[in-house]
Write a protein that binds this ligand. Structure first.
Ligand code: BGC
Length: 735
């Protein structure tokens, strides 16, 4: 039997190999497939081939899609917040956009895993462009592995109001630090052939009434503050898109604001990418198109049929529509999403993501107080340590809204239950576990902190009490005051009264007031520290890692010390403890002004020019070692500051040095501006001479009548040191 079949098998094999080689469909090559052409040329070649309907298809989203039950979802949809359908006949893929401010959002619904990074404010607290690049790299590689080709993160709004609900998505109060941080995050994202974004352009500096608030500020102040952060971020990161914001500016919605989108972004800054609206932030067709909006998201209200009609009627020139499409295609070619499409079947490496998140957390958790060298704790000692509050036995809090990352395995504080929009989500990164690992000889216990009396009693029995306090923040609302919520101030006060060795760990989206500061021994600001947060915290508490982070935002003592003691659009009532009783009703389109009369003077610039002392200044952070500064030189030719930093303590550490510029008297500025910074790793006793390049725009003023930057003549004072409020070195040059 077998023999009878053998020749036949041989014949078949022979025929298959020789006569019918397997045929592969050749990949379609188009004139624009040539990667040696510039992205602009390639985009131009595609635009020439597109029909009017295809062009319209490329400038709007698909509707709410997977975000809203019942809305149509295209077959190729990847589950993200936005999609623009591609043009397969020309090899143009769909745009698959995912929210990814602090990690990829909505992964669990697609049975995927995403790393929760520390907050963006944390990344800024590291003052480390390399950490910021790594931050973006984690996001970019996980987007790629999950089949997305665009990140819609890149929050860059400055912390004008420290109660802003989205501060955890933003890089602090200073334009140079913020722009540098975000620029490097975007570079990290785009190093994975994923399109990056920067948002929310611009002046979306509070969440209260975000879709109706009308912001007023001089153009000079805008350019020297919020716009400067975007200008630097875009220059460094070259993001594929800029997302315009919900708010109005001087009466015009940001997404139809010609000054912002056309005059500044595309004109003065020569931005070649596309402008995408925040979700439902497009209000008109012709006005928005002529003002410079290039894409409506998520839907089809203004830039679908209505835009087609406007083009056919000549209300929107054909050339403007071509420009919108060209900008999108140019960004796709430049980022490499057409030449190197994402690889959706790759498995995300959760361990690599966690290690990266922990590294960033270790560089970003700020030691704010350390009386009598209470920290680092001695892991070898036998002692009773009690952890109190904020679910520190099971996990750590994360920030919410469109920045919410899904907790792997669910929220350990609500096992087995789904979490909803607006509800705080904890991640399984338990401080109790890692503190126990560091203190094997100690008795480490947990008290939930919900009963203040029992917490104080537990603290009394312990050698040391570590109170965890947290604050949930999410887009759509601000913290009404700087106070910690849920009676946690009373908890900390009671615990510190019961135990003189009390260390407070703050897990917050924003700076908070600390009425108990004088009675505690130590304070660590952990922000939202991400999936590796508990290990990072334990390493810092026990000195395995020496703290190096510094504040990217000023901590005020009280709301009364801020430029505005209350948030615009909130009506406060004195009878309920000063808490608001009415939030502006956005559904009723109750527009209201936010007069940011302080202009550029917020954060450290406010405290310095008002001669007020904050609770903790911008740029401040302690270490387990100490440093001195000497030998400052201001190099006019290279626009750099050079100086020597010495580690005068007994352990290795990394010092963040900051350089500030005071402009000549003609500028009438009663504050200095951050112009540069660097991190220097030093062994005990070691000195290094470091050179910091100074941001050229930090030395310039915006000339409003001329609509350009100018260098004022006069004396420029350079100050260098460890924080905005501690600058031991000064020198000046005349320009
Ligand atoms: C947010 C954006 C986000 C978008 C899509 C909006 O509510 O403001 O930051 O990217 O939703 O989820």
């Amino acid at each position: 039997m077998l023999r009878r079949f053998l020749p036949a098998i041989a014949l078949v094999a022979c025929v298959t190999v020789v006569a019918q080689p397997p045929r592969r469909k050749p990949a379609p090559t188009f004139p624009w497939s040539d990667p040696t052409l510039s992205p602009d040329n390639r985009a131009d070649l595609v635009v020439k081939e597109l029909t009017l309907d295809e062009k319209i298809q490329l400038v709007h989203g698909i509707g709410w899609g997977p975000l809203r039950e019942g809305d149509p979802v295209p077959a190729d949809n990847n589950g993200g917040a936005g999609e623009v359908e591609g043009i397969p006949r020309l090899g143009i893929p769909s745009l698959q956009e995912a929210d990814s401010a602090v990690g990829v959002r909505m992964a669990a619904q697609q049975s995927r895993y995403a790393t929760l990074l520390p907050s963006v404010l944390s990344a800024a607290a590291s003052w480390d462009p390399e950490a910021a690049h790594l931050y973006g790299d984690v996001i970019g590689r996980e987007l790629r592995a999950q089949g997305y080709n665009q990140s819609i993160g890149g929050g860059t709004n400055l912390a004008r109001d420290p109660r802003n609900g989205r501060l955890f998505e933003y890089p602090g109060e200073d334009p140079v630090l913020a722009g540098t941080t975000v620029g490097h995050v975007i570079m990290g994202v785009q190093s994975n052939n994923i399109m990056g974004d920067i948002k929310h352009f611009a002046l979306n500096d509070q969440e209260t009434g975000r879709t109706v608030v009308d912001v007023h500020m001089t153009r000079k102040a805008m350019h020297e503050s919020d716009l400067l952060a975007f200008e630097i971020g875009i220059r460094i990161g070259q993001p594929s898109s800029v997302m315009c914001s919900y708010n109005k500016i001087d009466g015009d919605w940001a997404c139809e604001n010609k000054y912002l989108l056309t005059d500044v972004l595309k004109g003065q800054w020569h931005y070649p990418g596309f402008v995408v609206s925040d979700w439902e932030a497009t209000h008109t067709t012709t006005k928005a198109a002529l003002a410079g909006l290039d894409m409506e998201q998520p839907g089809i209200h203004h830039f679908a049929e209505d835009l087609k009609t406007a083009v056919q009627k000549g209300e929107v020139p054909q050339a403007r529509l071509d420009d919108m499409v060209r900008r999108l295609l140019r960004s796709m070619f430049a980022a490499g999403v057409i030449d190197h499409p994402p690889t959706p079947r790759t498995v995300v490496d959760p361990f690599r993501g966690r290690d990266d998140a922990q590294h960033i957390a270790e560089e970003s958790i700020v030691l704010l107080k350390n009386a009598d060298n209470t920290l680092p704790l001695d892991g070898a000692r036998k002692q009773n340590i009690v952890l109190i509050g904020a679910h520190a036995d099971v996990g750590l809090m994360s920030g919410g809204g469109s920045a919410q990352v899904d907790a792997p395995g669910g929220d350990p504080t609500h096992p087995g239950q789904p979490t909803e929009w607006g509800q705080a989500v904890y991640f399984n990164s338990a401080p109790l576990r890692y503190i126990r690992e560091h203190a094997p000889n100690s008795n480490v216990t947990f008290n939930p902190g919900t009963d203040i009396k029992s917490a104080a009693e537990a603290a009394k029995q312990a050698d040391i009490a570590i109170v965890f306090a947290d604050q949930y923040m999410s887009e759509g609302g601000d913290a009404p005051t700087l106070a910690l919520p849920d009676n946690q101030d009373a908890l900390i006060a009671a615990v510190s009264k019961a135990n003189s060795k009390t260390v407070v760990v703050l897990v917050t989206g924003n700076p908070v007031a600390m009425p108990w500061i004088d009675s505690v021994s130590g304070v660590l600001e952990a922000w939202y520290p991400g999936i590796g947060g508990a290990q990072a915290l334990a390493n810092l508490l026990f000195g395995t890692v020496n703290p190096s982070a510094k504040l990217p935002i000023t901590f005020a003592r009280t709301d009364a010390d801020l430029p505005h003691d209350r948030i615009f659009g909130l009506t406060y009532k004195t009878t309920n403890g000063g808490l608001p009783e009415h939030w502006v009703d956005e559904a009723k389109n109750e527009t209201f002004p936010a007069d940011y009369t302080e202009g550029v003077r917020f954060g450290y610039k406010w405290f310095q020019s008002e001669n007020k002392t904050p609770l903790f200044p911008f740029g401040f952070g302690l270490s387990y070692t100490s440093y001195t500064y000497s030998n400052l030189a201001f190099n006019k030719g290279t626009n750099t500051a050079s100086f020597t930093v010495t580690n005068t303590g007994s352990c290795r550490g990394t010092e963040i040095s900051q350089a500030y510029i005071q402009l000549p008297a003609a500028a009438s500025e009663h504050f200095h501006r951050l112009a540069g910074f660097t991190r220097t790793a030093l062994n005990p006793g070691e000195s290094k001479t470091v050179t910091i390049p100074l941001e050229p725009l930090a030395l310039k003023s915006w000339n409003e009548p001329q609509a350009s930057w100018e260098q004022l003549p006069g004396t420029y004072t350079l100050s260098v040191g460890p924080s905005s409020a501690d600058l031991p070195l000064h020198t000046s040059v005349v320009r």
